[in-house]
Write a protein that binds this ligand. Structure first.
Ligand code: AHM
Ligand code: MG
Length: 339
């Protein structure tokens, strides 16, 4: 049985084309891949190994953590702290920057991640995933990295990716040279290239939004969704379809495969809580935006390109609208009309 191209092989080949590389990046990706395989395994065995349900702890966002949030965070940290490729890490599940234990060498990369996105899906056997982003530590900084070192706009990402733990486990990755998808072959325990050069169709008929917040939406978002709902009889003159998995990773993966728009916009209710959005810029919006843009789509708050936003803190939130180019351009134009 031929094996196909493994993710490690693919990254090594890609780095060879770039030239003058130390191998640190390839080794770092390798550890990220192993961490995701370990998380995929914990998710797959679920109740059989007692990992479902709440952990009785809260994260910085005030959300009750699931046992799998804590397990996934620990797996990711342990796998990536020892080898000397990262300088420090930050995660949705940790309040502050994670400094490496003293005995390990410090590397040149900063790693940020959401260890288990959509974790409320774990108890209903729904899709969940891991999102990560890699930046370089700013030149000339010495000592342990600080929060400020992490506050780089999305345009500074060296690599972004996600692992989706669905009916099969997949890893989708960009290093700024297009987007490639890999499927975990359980028989040999390797991610194999199955979706080379993924491209988001420019037009689409699917939209993903939590419509239970409709009464809080701003007029441009309301206008776009109203027009989609009006279908053939409305101004768009065609029917649309709605999907909402409750895990950004699963919804954006659908967009990547079939086209569509994913929206978690700002709204009146969020602003009343002094939040600009629900999703976090550094480890959710930026990595998914990098992937979407590299696949030919667009990612915006409605008013600004997400990857151009200057982060103010590790856990900053922002509105998210991403997907098929022509649909996102239309939503941006509705925001401009409303100004
Ligand atoms: P999480 O990282 O705590 O799982 O939260 C992020 C998730 C996204 O994956 C998903 O799109 C969104 O929260 C769902 O939010 P809501 O419950 O408001 O629909
Ligand atoms: Mg998340």
């Amino acid at each position: 049985m031929p094996i196909g191209t493994t993710i490690t092989e693919f990254i090594i080949e890609e780095q060879r084309h770039i030239g003058n590389v130390s191998g640190d990046f390839t080794a770092l990706i390798n550890d990220v891949v192993i961490a995701c395989k370990a998380i995929a395994s914990a998710v797959r065995y679920g109740s059989l190994v007692g990992v479902l349900g709440a952990a009785d702890t809260e994260n910085i966002q005030g959300e009750t953590q699931k046992k799998l949030d804590v397990i996934s965070n620990n797996l990711f940290i342990k796998r990536n702290e020892w080898a000397g490729h990262v300088a420090a890490m930050a995660s949705e599940e940790m309040t502050d920057v994670y400094h490496l234990p003293a005995q390990y060498p410090r590397g040149k990369y900063l790693l940020v991640f959401d260890p288990l996105d959509g974790s409320s899906n774990t108890d209903v056997n729904g899709a969940v995933g891991t999102i990560f982003s890699i930046m370089r530590r700013p030149e000339g900084t010495i000592g342990e990295p600080t929060e400020d070192d992490f506050l780089q706009s999305g345009d500074h990402q060296v690599c972004a990716g996600y692992a989706l733990y669905g009916p099969s486990s997949m890893m989708v990755l960009t290093t700024g040279h297009g987007v490639n998808g890999f499927t975990l072959d359980q028989r040999i325990g390797e991610f194999i290239l199955t979706n080379p050069d993924m491209k988001i169709p420019a037009d689409a008929q699917d939209f993903s939004i939590n419509a239970s917040y409709m009464r809080f939406w701003d007029p441009p978002v309301r206008r776009y969704i109203d027009e989609c709902l009006a279908g053939k009889e409305g101004p768009r003159g065609r029917d649309f379809n709605m999907r909402w998995a409750g895990a950004m990773i699963a919804d954006v993966h659908r967009v990547l495969c079939q086209g569509g728009v994913f929206l978690y916009p700002t709204d009146r209710k969020l602003r009343a809580k002094h939040q600009e959005g629900k999703l976090r810029l550094l480890y959710e919006a930026n990595p998914m935006s990098f992937i979407v843009e590299q696949a030919g789509g667009l990612a915006t708050t409605g008013e600004q390109r997400i990857m151009a936003l200057p982060p103010a803190n590790l856990h900053q939130r922002c509105p998210v609208i991403m997907g098929s180019r022509n649909e996102v351009e239309r939503i941006i134009s509705y925001h401009l009309d409303a100004q």
